[in-house]
Ligand binder design. Structure first.
Ligand SMILES: *Cc1c(COP(=O)(O)O)cnc(C)c1O
Length: 367
């Protein structure tokens, strides 16, 4: 029945027990390490009813089969593990720093070879592809907000026989569907928008190819980075309101990006929803909305940016993103952030509060 539904309705109704007299509307949280012999699941590391409910919904939204894992990084790690020993990975120099960190670690031990590129520079990506085993893409990128031409780089990778994985954390399947744009695998930090309430860590992979799905499922099973049933249940509960949350956060972000652009203390704003943003045209073509993350650069440098990040009252000074609460941080406060990310860059994760309250608080912090 859920096949013909709009994603907003699917989010509300997917993954629920069958509707019959006295059936629970909300699925169970099954805490059990094992199951009585004879069934298809068998053991707690192989499956859980909460996983299945969550995976049904996310898989349908992305147009593939989903697997839930213990964290976004656990999801990234099983995908990277598909690369044969010594295989080449092409990845963005400005991807989420946990992912570039993991790739660099694997390159140092000789497990893979790594070529980092500007993911928004399609020619550079295409030039790096020959001989590669995996193209890792992220769009928009965390935290620089660069927009990759996903249809173009996926087509080039497909032609070279290179597997493509896209980290779709910022966009969510409501705003971008990488499998439909040519990717083989989608990765999510479910921790962020999908769960949406800053109360769980969780990850997921989605793929439309059965052999790739089987390879990823085998890795979850054998490497053991499995999700707890309570976390998965919370994530699906959070996803019920994803469409509403994203709509409000995105409207807030557009409003704030425009106001920030006119503020004398801000030297640069990156938000694909701004008509003059370098990623605007691409994003308008391949996305159904521009999302709710904004990167700003504060005039006066790193110290001033740090002061601003520490001076808000409503915005929460914290890492992470995608929660109902607005959060901000200067990304370069982390030593793991590449030095090519400006040291005065603040990433704003715009939440669902009243837009004017958010603006007033930013104004006082900047003042
Ligand atoms: C946070 C994040 C991750 C890592 O996810 P965790 O759930 O923290 O392990 C991966 N990619 C992106 C884009 C992220 O923002």
């Amino acid at each position: 029945m859920t096949d013909e539904l709009d994603p907003a309705s699917l989010l509300v109704h997917g993954g629920r027990p069958a509707v019959e007299a006295d059936a629970a509307l909300s699925g169970p949280v099954v805490f059990s390490s094992t199951y009585v012999a004879g069934g298809p699941t068998g053991y707690g590391r192989f499956g859980n009813p909460a996983w299945t409910a969550f995976e049904d919904v996310l898989g349908e939204l992305e147009g593939g089969q989903a697997l839930v894992l213990a964290s976004g990084m656990a999801a990234c790690a099983v995908v990277i593990d598909l690369v044969p020993v010594g295989g080449k990975v092409v990845a963005p120099e400005h991807a989420y720093n946990g992912v570039t960190g993991l790739l660099k670690q694997q390159a140092e031990t000789g497990r893979i070879t790594l070529e980092l590129v500007d993911i928004a520079d399609t020619d550079a990506v295409v030039a790096a592809l020959p001989g590669a085993a995996l193209l890792w893409a992220e769009s928009p990128t965390n935290p620089a907000m660069e927009v990759a031409d996903l249809p173009a780089i996926c087509a080039a990778a497909n032609a070279e026989g290179v597997l493509v994985a896209v980290d779709n954390t910022f966009a969510t399947p409501l705003l971008q569907r990488p499998l439909a744009l040519g990717a083989d695998i989608v990765v999510h930090s479910v921790t962020k928008y999908l769960a949406g309430h800053s109360d769980v860590l969780l990850g997921a992979v989605v793929t439309r190819d059965q052999a790739t799905y089987d390879a990823l499922a085998l890795r979850r099973k054998t490497q053991g980075a499995i999700a707890g049933p309570m976390e998965v249940w919370l994530a699906l509960r959070g996803m019920r309101t994803l469409a509403l949350r994203m709509e409000k956060a995105q409207a807030n972000a557009q409003y704030l990006a425009e106001r920030l652009q006119a503020h004398p203390k801000i030297s640069r704003v990156r938000y694909p929803g701004l008509a003059d943003d370098p990623g605007h045209e691409r994003a308008a073509k391949q996305m159904q909305g521009f999302g709710a993350i904004i990167a700003i650069e504060v005039a006066g440098g790193a110290e001033e940016a740090q002061r601003v990040a520490e001076s808000t009252r409503l915005w929460i000074h914290a890492t992470s993103l995608g929660g109902v609460e607005s959060m901000l941080e200067r990304r370069r406060r982390w030593a793991s952030e590449p030095v090519t990310i400006p040291d005065n860059l603040i990433r704003l994760s715009v939440g669902i509060e009243h837009a004017e309250d958010l603006w007033k608080d930013l104004q006082q912090a900047l003042g």
